[in-house]
Design a protein. Sequence first.
Lengths: 116, 161
Amino acid sequence: MAALLDLFSWLMLLGGVAFSLIGGVGLLRMPDFYTRLHAASVTDTLGAGLILLGLMVQAGWTLVSVKLLLILVFMWFTGPIATHALARAALVDPANPRPLLHEEPPPSKSSSISSC
Amino acid sequence: MLHALGLWLFCLGLWLLLSGYFHVTLLLIFGALSCALVVFVAWRTEVIDPEEQPLRLRFNAHILTYWPWLLWQIVLANLDVARRIVDPKLPISPTLITLKPTQRSDLGRVIYANSITLTPGTVTTDLSGDTLEVHALTREGADALLEGDMDRRVTRLEGGR
């Protein structure tokens, strides 16, 4: 049982690391500021979330887990506010470059991508 | 008065969880006193206000289904955005759209706007009056928002009042 929990938590930790890494790669690959924001939000939702969950499984039913949960809750509450403030500040100032927009008609429905 | 008591209990609970001193009487008294000081300062600066109370958030049954649903949507959106980042062709189609949220209260709109931003691939860039401006990483993400599934769920969330 303990070994199973350990395996589970390590899988979550590694998953979190993978998502953080992908977020970082996305930050480098995306073409402009606004699309980079989307890449960064991968890091601070699932990347940080999985790492904290994995650490919570490691800590077990202790106060440390409660603190980790509080960190997660506060991060998920404040993260969107910061992202929104950044995006809005960039859009409101006319001196900043406008977002690159996709002008073509929507792609065909044949691609089976789970979109949200 | 009830709000002050609620704030004090909330602070005390948080203090207990963060400190972990359940058996040291002197420290417990100090903790209770410092929480009382916080309530006093909040009362003097007039921030004890029903609007700001975390406890005041109405818990109706929908919130129990909304949070897991939102969590699942976040996971799906993360996988989608991560897949697009790793894809060598970088298949993105940035879109800026305007939404008309159907929530009646400010809190409902803020929950909706925050849910949109929390989901990777979509960021709320403006919330003024009754329109929301959203920047989406992909055309599909924008279309999913325009369909209004999340909007309906948040409206149901505030439906209790």
